[in-house]
Design a protein around this ligand. Structure first.
Ligand SMILES: Nc1ncnc2c1ncn2[C@@H]1O[C@H](COP(=O)(O)OP(=O)(O)OP(=O)(O)O)[C@@H](O)[C@H]1O
Length: 230
């Protein structure tokens, strides 16, 4: 039995002179791995901002189960190269997401950081300044930072764009592992249809004025292309 984490119901979002969504409905089930695909400008970022509560719907609603406060969200952004001079080590960078008002970490928090470093395969290089890490290592450090607080929902916002093929699959293998072992619900925004096909259980294909949500099983990359215009 699955249970929804988030239910999007008849969502409408409009900017002046631009109706991005009119009547968008779909559920994200707990433990699901959903990919959001669609061409540039179709509304992928707008949808994420609405899901995060940063943008108020013009119509319809977004329901959270059991409630919005109970859902912790981890976010992995698109890869952007950092300055080599960026001074924080990978461990410091991951720990940033743990700190409350204290500048130090408790033993339990240290353990959480250690686990995040281990499951994202950056433990061996935790003392390396993040600015000196490779593209794939940087994205794994961002993933570690995103999961250190054990979120229920992990959003990958074009996080594999600009990575070479090997690094893309390495990152997504780690995410799939988290999805399967820790039951983290994943929302993966991408233009990469073969990658979406390989890892996601459901897809949300966005086209101007048209949306399709469905099971990935039985969809070919060509069919994904047709429904998403990517
Ligand atoms: N704050 C805003 N004010 C006005 N228009 C906006 C605003 N934010 C986004 N838009 C417009 O809404 C549409 C959807 O934008 P959005 O960034 O969600 O697309 P996207 O699918 O994420 O694109 P990309 O793949 O290029 O990142 C675009 O036409 C964009 O110009």
């Amino acid at each position: 039995m699955t249970a929804p984490l988030i239910a999007v119901q008849h969502l409408g979002i409009a900017f002046p002179n631009n109706q991005v969504f009119k009547d968008l409905s779909f559920d994200i089930q707990r433990g699901d791995f959903v990919t959001v695909i669609g061409e540039n400008g179709v509304g992928k970022t707008t949808l994420i901002r609405a899901l995060l509560g940063m943008l108020k719907p013009t119509s319809g609603q977004i329901k959270y189960f059991p409630n919005k406060k109970a859902i912790k969200v981890g976010y992995v952004p698109q890869f952007r190269n950092l300055d080599q001079e960026y001074p924080l080590t990978i461990e410091d960078f991951v720990s940033l997401n743990m700190r409350g008002w204290r500048p130090w970490l408790s033993k339990a928090e240290h353990r959480q950081v250690d686990t995040a470093l281990r499951v994202t395969n950056v433990k061996k290089i935790k003392q390396r300044p993040l600015g000196m890490a490779s593209g794939g290592e940087k994205q794994r450090a961002y993933l570690a930072q995103a999961i250190v607080q054990a979120p229920q929902l992990l959003i990958l916002d074009e996080s594999t764009a600009s990575l070479d093929n090997e690094m893309k699959y390495e990152l997504l293998d780690l995410v799939q592992n988290l999805n399967q072992t820790s039951h983290i619900t994943v929302l993966f925004i991408t233009h990469d249809l073969p990658l979406a096909k390989q890892y996601a259980k459901h897809y949300l294909a966005l086209r101007p004025g048209q949306q399709e949500f469905g099971a990935m099983a039985g969809m070919s990359v060509e069919q994904l292309k047709e429904v998403s215009d990517v």
